[in-house]
Design a protein around this ligand. Structure first.
Ligand SMILES: C[S@@+](CC[C@H](N)C(=O)[O-])C[C@H]1O[C@@H](n2cnc3c(N)ncnc32)[C@H](O)[C@@H]1O
Length: 345
């Protein structure tokens, strides 16, 4: 069965009729990012309780507050520079940016003064939502359609898993073809090629534009190349049964192959500054705040706040499902790891 946005389905069908079977990466690009009908680009995407899936950000403000503390430590390490930029890519409705900026303004005022926040947003409808969400911060926040040179930190949560992938396994590629009017997979031999080209190219761009500082990428993925890679399709908090259901109405993701991301980053002159699961990463940051080094502790004063933290940290919840990769460029050797990697294994 195939369901979804009928204009989008027509458009994909006619491309396959005219030009033959297409890669899954092309199909995913249309389903998520077709300028008019894509799940993200049309603004249909909905995250959180009333949407299609949860993310760290939609759990509540604690995630942004903890990351804000990590960013503050990075700013100190870089010598409290004046033109420090937090670049966020995949900012959705701007909630993470707001959580970070509100916390920094309150808890780290000196850092707040030195800070600029730049959102990389290719889709006007999402930029509009972000502008509304971040209205109170005026020109502290700026928008760009693509990356530009910066010093500071590049942050993303679940960006890499949303990048189009090809379905390649053991020298065979699954393409999207047609049986009558029905989408079907068609297998075909393929030369050795990267399945996650889009994610690798995004690392190239980040590396080319980061002049000095760190990259922090949080996502769900694996290190073992032999693990079978599966595509996840989610709508209304359920896995959609078939790849060709709810086209344009559902999210499509693929777990991140961290090893290839790291290799690509290193080939581009970035150094690995840490890799661990989210549980250990956030625990490291909490320990810094709790130690009072900064005289600031995290407000965990309500039951809601405790529940949020538990969801982010617990190994059976998001704590082990997500991993954190930090990359560094032109920051000199570190005697101590970033605070988030203090307990990294
Ligand atoms: C799974 S959502 C994550 C949203 C948010 N970071 C969160 O954690 O709630 C992925 C987001 O990445 C965005 N995205 C995908 N490719 C992008 C790109 N090249 N530049 C900027 N954003 C992109 C999508 O539009 C979408 O908003």
């Amino acid at each position: 069965m195939q369901t979804g946005n009928s204009a989008l389905i027509q458009l994909i069908r006619s491309e396959i009729k005219n030009h033959g079977p297409q890669t899954f990466a092309w199909f995913m690009q249309q389903a998520l990012y077709h300028p008019e009908h894509g799940y993200y680009s049309s603004g249909r995407c909905a995250i959180g309780r009333k949407g299609d899936y949860f993310t760290n950000v939609s759990v509540g403000p604690r995630f942004g507050q903890l990351l804000a503390s990590q960013f503050s430590e990075i700013w100190e390490r870089l010598g409290k520079m004046n033109d420090f930029v937090i670049v966020e890519q995949g900012a959705h409705d701007g909630q993470f940016a707001r959580d970070v900026l509100e916390f920094v303004q309150k808890r780290f005022p000196e850092f707040f003064d030195a800070l600029g926040y730049r959102i990389i947003e290719p889709f006007p409808i999402l930029e509009e939502r972000q502008r509304r969400m971040l209205d109170a911060f005026g020109d502290k926040v700026e928008w760009r359609e693509s990356l530009e040179p910066f010093a500071g930190v590049h942050f993303s949560n679940e960006l890499l898993d949303a990048m189009p992938v090809r379905l390649i396994s053991d020298g065979t590629e699954k393409l999207v073809g047609l049986d009558g009017d029905k989408f079907v997979f068609v297998e075909q031999p393929v030369e050795k090629t990267k399945f996650n080209q889009a994610a690798l190219e995004s690392i190239d761009q980040i590396a080319a534009n980061l002049q000095r500082g760190y990259v922090i990428a949080i996502d769900y993925g694996f290190l073992d190349e032999k693990l079978e890679r599966t595509v996840q399709i989610r709508a209304r908090h359920r896995n959609v049964g078939s790849t060709f259901e709810q086209i344009g109405y559902a999210d499509i993701t693929m777990s991140v192959d961290w090893r290839s991301i790291v290799e690509r980053a290193q080939a581009n002159g970035l150094r690995v500054a840490g890799f661990t699961d989210q549980h250990h990463f956030l625990t490291g940051i909490i320990s810094l705040l709790a130690s009072g080094d900064r005289g600031q502790s995290l407000p965990i004063d309500s039951r809601k706040a405790k529940r949020e933290l538990q969801t982010l940290l617990h190994p059976e919840m998001l704590g082990r499902a997500f991993q954190v990769l930090a990359l560094a460029k032109n920051v000199g050797p570190e005697t101590n790891p970033l605070v988030g990697f203090k307990f990294a294994r």
